[in-house]
Design a protein. Structure first.
Length: 176
């Protein structure tokens, strides 16, 4: 096997990405404090052609050097909006027919591998603060709560890792 060169990867330009069809998945970052995590989420969103990212509360917004360090230019390709209040975004998306899913450890959560995505529905996944998680009021308004199974000693995985896991699971279940 030979490692491919970047020129051989047949990637979209930023302009092509912006006009390309996107998935029916939206990401909501609820008070994410790490600029590197935010940048990593942008990069993952680019990889999976996520429709939009909402940056809420204390979540920083581009342009910022530390976001760019991990985003590697994906803040130019992926559409995003800043909103002060996560709950307002959740309420608006639900009015628009989007199913809101909080990614959290909660009573009566559904394990990620067991969740059934309907390919014709639009979804918004909410990822919460690195220590406090998704706000309870946002969980209360969510249509579902998905939990990522874990088998080690720690209580959670990094938010950027959670985003990658959940985006892949969505993509695999809807598109493959």
């Amino acid at each position: 096997m030979r490692k491919l060169k970047n020129e051989e990867l047949d990637r979209l330009s930023v302009e092509e990405f912006k006009s390309a069809e996107k998935s029916n998945l939206i990401l909501i970052l609820d008070n994410i404090r790490s600029l590197n995590n935010i940048g990593s989420v942008f990069r993952t969103a680019d990889a999976f052609r996520i429709r939009h990212i909402y940056l809420c509360g204390i979540t920083a917004k581009p342009p910022h050097r530390d976001i760019q360090k991990t985003a590697l230019g994906s803040t130019d390709s992926v559409g995003w909006t800043y909103a002060e209040d996560t709950l307002e975004i959740v309420t608006q998306l639900k009015k628009d027919g989007v199913k809101v899913i909080s990614i959290e450890q909660a009573e009566d959560s559904t394990m990620l591998q067991d969740f059934k995505f309907n390919p014709s529905d639009s979804y918004a996944m909410v990822f919460g603060h690195e220590v406090k998680g998704v706000q309870q009021e946002v969980i209360n308004e969510s249509d579902a709560v998905i939990e990522i199974p874990q088998f080690g000693t720690k209580h959670s995985v990094n938010i950027s890792v959670s985003t990658g896991i959940c985006c892949w699971a969505y993509y695999e279940k809807v598109y493959l």
